[in-house]
Write a new protein. Sequence first.
Length: 235
Amino acid sequence: MSVHISAKKGEIAKTVLMPGDPLRAKYIADNFLTDVELVSKTRNIFFFTGKYKGKEITVGASGMGFPSIGIYSYELFTEYEVETIIRIGTCGAYSTDLKLFDILNVQKAASESTYAKFAWGIEDDAISNQGTAFDKINETAAELGLNAKPVNIHSSDIFYRKDPAVPEIAVRHNCPAVEMEAFALFANAQHLGKNAATILTVSDIIPTHEQISADQREQALRTMMELSLETALKF
């Protein structure tokens, strides 16, 4: 076990899917996996290991923000010898060029955060997805007849802010949407030489205040979940 994950060695699969919400991790385990075991529930951050079409996969929550996904992804990569993490989450669109329910495959995550600089000496303010996962997501989306849009994303430390303008870094790196975890995941994977990708579903259009309703979210996010699971079969 690690400091924050109570699973024993061998109880975490080499490929991990990471929603932010522990209950979303439970939903995936309950609805998509067989032979499922709850292998960690420390701090109520659930990790489940089971099989999807015969392939062993772990799904576990990242929590919200860089510090949280930074801790969990680092321990998975180093303590449990995980090779691939695919974050699956939601994002807010800065641009009305994106629509509710659009699926995004993140090319780069841009951030004002000092996480990468002080953790690993990475000075870049935009970090690419790592390894082969991004390409495998694109391949799988094509096979499923899905349009997974390749985009840069703004990864922010801030959910609520006084200034309503799109942040300069998002404009500079052509980021049409914002979330809060991909930058730290990509930084950890770059430092450790691991695979990391992020699939997002647009849940909010910031300029128009449109959002996916609570009733719509479960079905809307299933498409993204299925894409991540089918991609995991390729590892």
